[in-house]
Design a protein around this ligand. Structure first.
Ligand code: F6R
Length: 366
């Protein structure tokens, strides 16, 4: 049932091209310029009239929420807050019928997320779900929603759920941007075509697996890792660090690259691998200077770069290439090498990759 793979996690990483396609199939029609999500069509105005969108989730789903914050604010121009469900529910949050809540959950059973939904509903907010498990508690408790079509995710470390959540959230943002008039027709078309290309590009990113295995062997004995990214790829840095710690038990921290000089830079010495997402984007030059700062302190650089990059390639100890796409969609690609890196390191350390210690696939107690 692992389909020839050694672990469910690896199988699920490799399923991403097909499940991303399954997630947009019938919903994204790039040629016709259409994005249509069944659960959303009747509630478009709820969203476009909202004073605020609040996203609630935990763990990896919370990271997908952070990516969505950037996409929504960029494309739809509605203020977004992303909350840990566990903090939101116990904070006496200010929330009303003018707010729309999006709850993101692979399992649809996470206790804190479910409780946050109930609280938001009791205050009159409209609650939209992004879940993977059909008929789950969260899918039943929300007013409407869109399923990710990732198929069953068995590995405790979430992989394909994350990329399919971002796929759904990007489609929601595009549909709303179109309705609200905050995107030009030409940009809208560019996004649709770019999203349609993602499965093939994920496939291409997966082909760097041998290179990543080599990098994993070089760093498997490190005690700490730092992950840095900016903008759309700051949440990817958090997600990369979470993946590494949960399955390899190596301490890892994700940071926005510019925050490094406000503290974490003190950690950098020749023992410290720093994974930097340094793809071609509006922040490229800034990330390059962050890399220089790390090099000056003898940190080891493992960089995720755009295909064809030369500048970072010169500076980094190792690079992992991903194809080029529109900036808002880059997390769908930059995440792939980081999933593989944590997987291979964990395997080399003989960890129980699919069932890491102390973790449960769905956290149904708070
Ligand atoms: C990390 C991981 C967890 C889950 C979190 C939320 O790899 O799997 O952090 O993302 O427990 O779970 P769901 O999405 O089922 O609500």
């Amino acid at each position: 049932e692992k389909g020839g793979y050694d672990h469910f996690m690896l199988k699920e990483i490799y399923e991403q091209p097909s499940v991303i396609k399954d997630t947009y199939r019938g919903r994204l029609l790039a040629d016709q310029g259409i994005v249509r999500l069944g659960g959303l069509e009747n509630y478009i105005e709820k969203f476009t009239n909202a004073q605020r969108i609040i996203i609630v989730a935990c763990g990896t789903s919370w990271h997908a929420g952070l990516v969505a914050e950037y996409i929504f604010e960029d494309l739809v121009r509605i203020p977004v807050e992303v909350e840990y469900a566990s903090e939101f529910r116990y904070r006496n949050p200010i929330i009303s019928e003018k707010d729309v809540v999006i709850a993101i959950s692979q399992s649809g059973e996470t206790a804190d997320t479910l409780a946050a939904i109930k609280l938001a509903k009791s205050k009159g907010a409209f609650v939209y779900g992004v879940c993977n498990v059909v008929g789950s508690s969260i899918s039943r408790e929300t007013h409407s929603g869109t399923y990710t079509h990732a198929g069953p995710e068995i590995g405790v470390a979430s992989t394909k759920a994350f990329t399919t959540q971002i796929t759904v959230l990007a489609m929601i943002a595009l549909r709303l941007a179109k309705a609200k008039g905050t995107i030009s027709q030409s940009d809208f078309m560019l996004y649709l075509r770019a999203l349609e290309l993602i499965p093939n590009q994920v496939e291409e990113a997966l082909k760097t697996d041998d290179k990543i295995t080599e990098i994993s062997a070089a760093f498997k004995d490190a005690r700490n890792f730092l992950y840095l990214g900016r903008g759309y790829n700051f949440p990817v840095a958090l997600e990369g660090a979470l993946k590494l710690k949960e399955i390899s038990y190596i301490h890892a921290e994700g940071y926005p690259a510019a925050e490094m000089k406000h503290g974490p830079i003190a950690l950098i010495d020749e023992q410290m691998p720093v994974v930097v997402i340094a793809i071609k984007s509006d922040h490229y030059d800034k990330v390059v200077s962050n890399i220089q700062e790390i090099k000056a302190r003898k940190g080891k650089i493992i960089a995720v770069v755009s295909k064809g990059d030369t500048v970072v390639k010169e500076m980094a100890d190792y690079v992992m290439e991903v194809p080029h796409t529109m900036e808002a969609l880059t997390p769908l690609l930059t995440t792939i090498p980081l999933q593989l890196l944590s997987y291979h390191i964990a395997v080399m350390l003989n960890r129980n990759v699919d069932q890491p210690r102390n973790l449960a696939k769905s956290v149904t107690v708070e």
